[in-house]
Design a protein around this ligand. Sequence first.
Ligand SMILES: *Cc1c(COP(=O)(O)O)cnc(C)c1O
Length: 364
Amino acid sequence: MKIPFLDLGAAYRELKPEIDTALSRVLESGWYILGPEVEAFETEWAAYCHAKHAVGLANGLDALVLALRALNVGPGDEVIVPSNTYIATWLAVSAVGAKPVPIEPNPTTHNINTKRIAAAITPQTKVLLPVHLYGQPADMDPILDIAQRHGLRVIEDAAQAHGAQYKGKRIGAHGDIVCWSFYPGKNLGALGDAGAITTNDSALAERVALLRNYGSRQKYVNKEPGVNSRLDPIQAAVLRVKLRVLDEWTERRRALASDYTLGLAESGLILPHVPDWAEPAWHLYVVRTPDRDRLQGRLSEAGISTLIHYPIPPHMQKAYADMEIIPEALPLALDLASEVLSLPIGPQLGLDRVQDIVNALKNA
Ligand SMILES: *Cc1c(COP(=O)(O)O)cnc(C)c1O
């Protein structure tokens, strides 16, 4: 038995005729920077997210960086981030010269603990930056409420949450700006790097559109020092094809997650907790156990690939050594890093494979 964590080649093969047609349409068009394909994807992605605007970007990290820049966050400012996240969330804050202020997760959802946010707010705080980790929506209502009471803006890191719903409404415009990654392994994945922001705020959308293209809307007229972070039209064309199957592929993830949850109910593993207001996108199916390393080894011997999201929390990375946060200052992030295990999940994984994985876990 050989079960990969995620089979991106199989995803391509399922859509090969449509993707190949889209690719050759762009190649034949002779238009390789921004243009109609990017605009069409922006319109379709905004509509899918129930947001007024989408702006296509080069990757998810840039989406976060440009969202922060659009809100004028810079040196001297503080941004509240989860302690338990992919490091890109923190790196975006550092990239604009601001300080990430980590908040520990809710121990059952692993997402930012909204009860801990208020105590971390200082006069320097500008933005709350929740992450919809593993495709599980963060608890947005308390976050938006705290932001309103303290005059803060909200940026959502939705890199793992394509199609996830919070209280019946798709992630895409709860906060001021929502940041997306279309990295190949994400639920809506390109064939290379790609990203976007969505927002209901026309001025913010305009600002990000300016920043992504050298600070210019009109060629050779530069309104501010921007960057080059444009969505590639080849990737936009691929994303348009994959967007049409996103809901169906999310349904498949949901079915796999549900089989895992049923099959592992008596396993002793701590399974993902889904609050009744959440409809996750199931980017990852993450179980928790103090016995993680041994279990991962046994699965590996059985030919089953698993991953750890994430083995080293941001505050323990060398990249953040100068913040001098002692490991124990964020004990929950530290515990999760040594106990979480992501099981294979993806639209091309069969339900029978989940049964194999459940059996292997029971035998381990
Ligand atoms: C993938 C990811 C990012 C970064 O996206 P890239 O497109 O790889 O730059 C940011 N935040 C989270 C939570 C992610 O999972």
